[in-house]
Design a protein around this ligand. Structure first.
Ligand SMILES: [Zn+2]
Length: 78
């Protein structure tokens, strides 16, 4: 069973616009990152927590989908 790689974008906690972080910008937990849209400062640790939570939800639902497909395939032959 192939589980697709999950990509979750970091989103501004204030305006939900995706945060584009340049690759050479290194953020560590505890850092603050300014949103280019609304100018608010996001706590990087919280951003990561939100992204992790989102990834977990996506993983859960795509695993369910895969299982459903697998079951359908198995029972089709009967
Ligand atoms: Zn924002």
């Amino acid at each position: 069973m192939n589980i697709p790689e999950i990509m979750v974008n970091l989103k501004c906690l204030f305006c939900s616009s995706p945060i584009e972080k340049s690759k050479d910008l290194k953020l560590i937990s505890g850092d603050f990152f300014q949103c280019s849209k609304c100018g608010e400062y996001n706590d990087y640790t919280s951003l990561l927590d939100v992204a992790k939570e989102e990834a977990r939800e996506i993983a859960k639902s795509s695993a369910k989908d895969l299982l459903k497909k697998e079951f359908k395939r198995l029972f089709k032959g009967n």
